[in-house]
Design a binder for this molecule. Structure first.
Ligand code: PLP
Length: 375
């Protein structure tokens, strides 16, 4: 049996059409977009066309899109800009954010000049909006609220408009890590009032090392990387032209085929959930798996036994690629900070299955058969 890849929340394979769009910018069109002669003008045009494509899909102005090296850089940038340029001195976040947010928040918070607090989680892993409102209402400092649109480990979706309304009511800046949703859902930023969002190309069949930061045009922030005048003086450094072209092409394709692909993947997830419950009744679904959740992610936990403890390792031996939490914690059933933050966590072995348009029901059947033998 060939490898079965069920870790699409960690990364996805590059689409052939995306590669085809990128290749000419690795060979024929190699000019530096800052050069004034024709080689430069060709690649400048490619970068600006990509920006317009991305802006069109998010329904924002091209000038509000900044190309970055991915979700991590975008998250870092939004948080540092909120502190350094927008006067935020208190950050409200959650225990289940990606480390690209949590470690950045920890870096800036000294407990005096800059402080932070975690919003409570409900039993199903959703953000407690009442607690968020209470924290915002009581906080005298200017706040940054940074909450992810979808959790990469359990898949829970944030009520973006409700959070946005609270942020606006209490004058807070709102950043959302949308790395797991951009390219997986149509996102219209004229309908979601947000200050910053982050996205990453490799999560939707685009290239690694290419992402965007959306910065609401109403905000005045300073450059985040100093040097040449690239990205309208905000992020210096010669542009990753083929990465940028690939990001835009991947987003274009994802949105073009969204309805069909989302319906297909959703059915796969539902199929796996049903089959798992039939074959391994002790399975527990983490978060709001069958409710307000990514259609691409099914996070489950199995009871801890001598056999299940080595589950990820054994699945790997059987050519099945899954993870125990986020990408960095795969390989061993070691602690995931997201699962640990949920009440259901104790003494269970968490496994995240995450799907793409390339997965099939046969792969799910084979995975369940293997799991049944391994548990
Ligand atoms: N945020 C979330 C929710 C993610 O899932 C990831 C990727 O694992 C990142 C941020 C980091 O993105 P990148 O790999 O593009 O730096």
């Amino acid at each position: 049996m060939e490898k079965i890849y069920l870790d699409n929340a960690a990364t996805t394979c590059l689409d052939k059409e995306v590669l085809d769009a990128m290749l000419p910018y690795m060979t024929t069109y190699f000019g530096n977009p800052s050069s004034v002669y024709s080689y430069g003008r060709e690649t400048r045009l490619a970068v600006e066309t990509a920006r317009k494509t991305v802006a069109r899909h998010l329904n924002v102005k091209p000038g509000e899109i900044f190309f970055t090296s991915g979700g991590t850089e975008s998250n870092n940038t939004a948080i540092s800009a909120a502190i350094n340029d927008l006067g935020c001195t208190h950050i409200i976040t959650s225990a289940i954010e990606h480390h690209a947010v949590l470690h950045t928040v920890e870096h800036y918070c000294d407990g005096q000049t800059i402080t932070h607090s975690l919003v409570n989680l409900l039993a199903d892993g959703h953000i407690d909006l009442k607690d968020l409102e209470q924290q915002l209402a009581l906080q005298e400092r200017k706040c940054l609220v940074t909450l992810m649109h979808a959790n990469n480990e359990i898949g829970n979706l944030l009520a973006m408009n409700a959070v946005s309304a609270l942020c606006r009511k209490y004058g807070a800046i709102f950043h959302s890590d949308c790395v797991q949703t951009v390219g997986h859902y149509p996102i219209d930023l004229q309908r979601i009032d947000v200050d910053f969002i982050s996205a990453s190309g490799h999560k939707f069949h685009g290239p690694k090392g290419a992402g965007i930061l959306y910065v609401n045009g109403k905000l005045q922030i300073k450059p985040f990387i100093f040097g040449g005048g690239q990205e309208r003086n905000m992020r210096a450094g010669t542009e990753n032209v083929y990465g940028i072209v690939g990001f835009a092409k991947a987003l274009d394709l994802a949105m073009l085929h969204y309805e069909k692909e989302a319906a297909y993947i959703k059915e796969l997830k539902q199929y796996m959930a049903t089959r798992l419950q039939e074959k391994i009744p002790t399975v527990i679904f983490n978060g709001d798996a069958l409710g307000s959740c990514l259609y691409t992610v099914l996070s489950v936990s199995f009871p801890q036994t001598e056999r299940s403890e080595m589950l990820l390792f054994n699945l790997d031996i059987h050519n099945i690629c899954v993870s125990g939490g986020s990408a960095c914690s795969s390989g061993a059933a070691q602690g995931s900070h997201v699962i640990a933050a949920l009440d259901t966590a104790a003494d269970l072995v968490p496994v995240r299955f995450s799907f793409s348009k390339h997965n099939t029901k046969e792969e799910i059947d084979h995975t369940i058969e293997t799991l049944t033998a391994l548990i």
